[in-house]
Design a protein around this ligand. Structure first.
Ligand code: SF4
Length: 348
């Protein structure tokens, strides 16, 4: 059995809410609340969910860019959460991040060469060697060596994301957290950046945590996918298992919004509309956090939080009434004699 490159165990990141003149704590946002997962070497784990579900906080907590409140993160068997400052600096060479908005994350006053070379210089590499490495990396991400002399504002969004990827690669990491890396890009550019990510993953033997809200993109690039709702993982499976036989009602509703390739099926496709808004992570519902919006919720769901358990080999779901193969959320709703808001997918 291979050792995972990354293991996250019961990770929690809570933020105090402070109000008033004396900044008294009036509540706590449970942004990440008990996440357990792993990533194997050379694997891509997709993490999906609505905005506000905690996926970005999870990515940053893994790298301790935000300090977790509890739980552990382990990289190649070594504790990240227990590492001191010096060791953490070393570990950050191995674990990098690419942000959604490359413009905001690139210093506008520095030429691209210096932006990419900065981590090398911090780690003591001389200028000539650093410049050579940056020139080679720019080539790897589909840019020209002389682009290094220009400033971030001189590039398109897609090019800036390539620069962000080059910067993430410069210290030769093994794991990269990609936080919505293509969400801000046009669809045609998204495909180019995804192809680039797949190429560099093969060439450098990288592992990815790919955080996104676009389920089509996640299916394309991921080996396994974790679905998050209100700070928790509610389903985790191999991508084909998850997309073809979702077990959790929340996953089913998310997937109903994804276009399918078969034109006949696409014409028939109905989108499941959930009732209500995403509850506040400062005041999550009791029992199953999804019960206020779940079309098949029952009494037990309001009081008893479901554990993430294996519903079939390698397929985990946190639901008291998971859907099995050959069944669907719509069938379950009909059996219960409930209503479900279905709309023509093309209207949305
Ligand atoms: Fe719905 Fe109950 Fe499953 Fe939660 S546990 S997703 S409320 S059926």
């Amino acid at each position: 059995m291979t050792q995972p490159i990354l293991e996250v165990n019961d990770l929690k990141t809570h933020f105090p809410i402070r109000q008033g003149l004396f900044r008294r704590q009036t509540g706590t946002v449970l942004a990440v609340d008990g996440v357990t997962l792993y990533v194997d070497p050379h694997e891509t784990l997709g993490v999906v969910g609505e905005s506000g579900c905690g996926k970005t906080t999870l990515g940053r907590s893994i790298l301790r860019l935000i300090e977790p409140t509890a739980g552990t993160v382990t990289y190649r068997g070594e504790s990240v959460t227990g590492a001191d400052k010096d060791r953490m600096r070393q570990l950050r060479k191995e674990m990098q991040i690419v942000f959604q908005d490359p413009y905001a994350s690139l210093n506008p006053r520095m030429p691209v060469r210096d932006i990419i070379a900065e981590p090398l210089r911090i780690h003591g590499m001389d200028r000539k060697e650093a410049n050579d490495r940056v020139g080679a990396l720019l080539g790897k991400v589909g840019m020209m060596a002389d682009h290094g002399n220009r400033y971030p504002h001189e590039f398109s969004g897609g090019q800036r994301q390539r620069i962000g990827i080059a910067r993430a690669l410069v210290l030769d990491p093994s794991l990269i957290i990609l936080d919505e890396p293509v969400s801000a890009l046009d669809v045609s550019i998204q495909a180019q950046v995804i192809n680039l990510l797949e190429e560099i993953q093969d060439e450098f033997g990288l592992s990815f945590v790919f955080i996104a809200h676009d389920l089509s993109v996640v299916r394309h690039i991921s080996d396994r996918v974790a679905v998050m709702y209100l700070g928790q993982v509610v389903e985790l499976a191999d991508r084909n298992q998850l997309y073809e036989t979702p077990a959790h009602p929340y996953t089913s509703s998310l997937l109903s919004a994804v276009p399918v390739a078969d034109p006949n099926a696409e014409r028939e496709r109905k989108r499941i509309l959930l009732e209500g808004d995403l509850p506040s992570p400062a005041n999550p519902p009791s029992g199953c956090r999804f019960h206020t919006r779940c079309p098949i919720a029952q009494d037990v769901c309001r009081v008893d939080p479901p554990e993430l358990r294996e519903v079939s080999a390698g397929h985990w779901a946190a639901c008291h009434f998971p859907t099995g193969p050959g069944d669907s959320l719509i069938n379950q709703v009909q059996r219960l004699g409930r209503d479900l808001r279905l709309v023509e997918a093309r209207e949305h």
